[in-house]
Design a protein around this ligand. Structure first.
Ligand code: NAP
Length: 365
């Protein structure tokens, strides 16, 4: 008998979004890939709507809920991806090709890879969310972006009812952006992600927080990449870098289980070189990072702090006291509170610096 499509029912989503916003919606849970063809048919036929709701309400694919601002009663139907599994899918001369199902928690996956001897994702430790959400956002931290380690994405185009294997150059990756994000949340259903993890691994320690971390200083005998010649500078092991990233993030970023948040709330703006030079002249502390295309990246957190929002509240929400780029829910917030604060911060940064901040999380309405 062909697999049945997942069934939608009215569910509470407050514990399923890391901002902790109260929400109820029609939710179905996908636990088995074999149910996807039936899901595509049901979507095409406009069936599967829960009672009392539009059967053709748009679909939103939800991973760990760490990058959404969710309204109290979104008109979207939610498909929660609970596919699990990690395996060594292939091996080439230069790489381990590791495949993980979309519902695997990201951090646990990175940890698992290291314990299997597959390094390369350690800079992305402790990022909340799932493996399936990682390419949508092209997650990045401490000088590494997901697309640099990606082999391919296995995803269903739910409108066409077809499965595709997309190579990195087909995913439309950009800074915290991808085809999956641009095409709209209901079109692509990522089921598995494959990573090409280098056998000839080298550390990425370009970011100051990481480079200067006490756990990564060579104190004689601590590192363990192995094979270092006597007297030669030794390389910290991937596990040491993983531990250092976890330590930095735990000290700097609020734990969503304690204080609701969606990570960085704004993207770092990238502006023209002449505008950046003019701003640097007016604001000597301005942090600028020249990009390969000649433009210049600014640190959004610094702009927000200078605009007076670090640690400041508006109603039940605020910008975090240690990291001004993170918007936090101090308790009892609704989506409207979050968007009001985001609007106020954006307006103040625009007024002071003439720079437009773009929101990173998706609004689910
Ligand atoms: P930070 O070290 O205070 O630096 C502020 C910003 O400056 C960073 O966002 C980073 O941009 C940029 N930057 C710093 N050093 C750089 C370098 N050597 N070359 C190019 N750009 C540099 O940053 P943070 O807020 O503590 O975050 C550390 C890392 O974790 C960053 O990569 C950040 O993106 C990532 N992170 C991401 C999220 C999220 O939700 N997306 C949340 C927390 C942290 P980039 O953002 O482009 O790297």
């Amino acid at each position: 008998m062909p697999a049945q499509p997942p069934v939608f029912s009215d569910q509470d989503l407050q514990a399923r979004n890391t901002l902790g916003l109260p929400a109820r919606a029609a939710v179905a849970v996908l636990e088995d890939e074999s149910a996807i063809p039936a899901l595509c048919e049901a979507l095409a036929a406009g069936r599967n709507g829960p009672e009392g709701r539009e059967a053709d309400a748009p679909l939103f694919v939800l991973g760990g809920g760490s990058n959404v601002v969710i309204e109290a009663r979104p008109h979207h139907r939610i498909l929660r991806v609970a596919l699990r599994g990690i395996r060594l899918w292939d091996e080439t001369a230069g790489h381990w090709i590791v495949e993980a199902a979309a519902g695997e928690p990201w951090h646990g996956f990175v940890d698992h890879c290291l314990s299997q001897g597959w390094p390369g994702l350690e800079n992305l430790a402790l990022i909340p969310g799932t493996v399936g959400a990682a390419p949508v956002q092209n997650i990045g931290a401490y000088g590494l972006e997901l697309d640099q380690r990606l082999h391919s994405v296995v995803a269903w185009d739910l409108r066409a009812g077809r499965e595709y294997e997309l190579r990195p150059d087909e995913c439309g990756f950009a800074y915290r952006d991808s085809l999956f994000k641009r095409d709209g949340a209901g079109r692509w259903l990522i089921v598995r992600v494959r990573f090409a993890l280098p056998k000839a691994w080298t550390p990425r320690l370009g970011y100051p927080d990481l480079r200067d971390h006490p756990g990564l200083r060579d104190e004689g005998g601590g590192f363990g990449a192995g094979g270092a010649a006597r007297g030669a500078p030794r390389t910290p092991s991937p596990r040491r870098i993983f531990d250092a990233v976890c330590d930095i993030r735990r000290r700097k970023l609020p734990d969503p289980a304690v204080l609701g948040n969606a990570g960085s709330f704004f993207k770092n703006p990238v502006i023209g070189a002449s505008q950046a030079a003019e701003l640097a002249r007016r604001f000597p502390g301005l942090r600028t990072y020249p990009q390969a295309d000649g433009r210049v990246k600014l640190a959004a957190g610094w702009l927000i702090e200078q605009a007076g929002w670090k640690g400041r509240r508006l109603g039940p929400v605020g910008m975090h006291e240690r990291q001004a780029l993170v918007l936090v829910n101090h308790g009892g917030a609704q989506a409207a509170d979050v968007l009001a604060l985001a609007g106020a911060v954006r307006a103040d940064v625009e007024k002071r610096f003439g720079v437009d901040l773009e929101r990173e999380p998706v609004v689910l309405d």
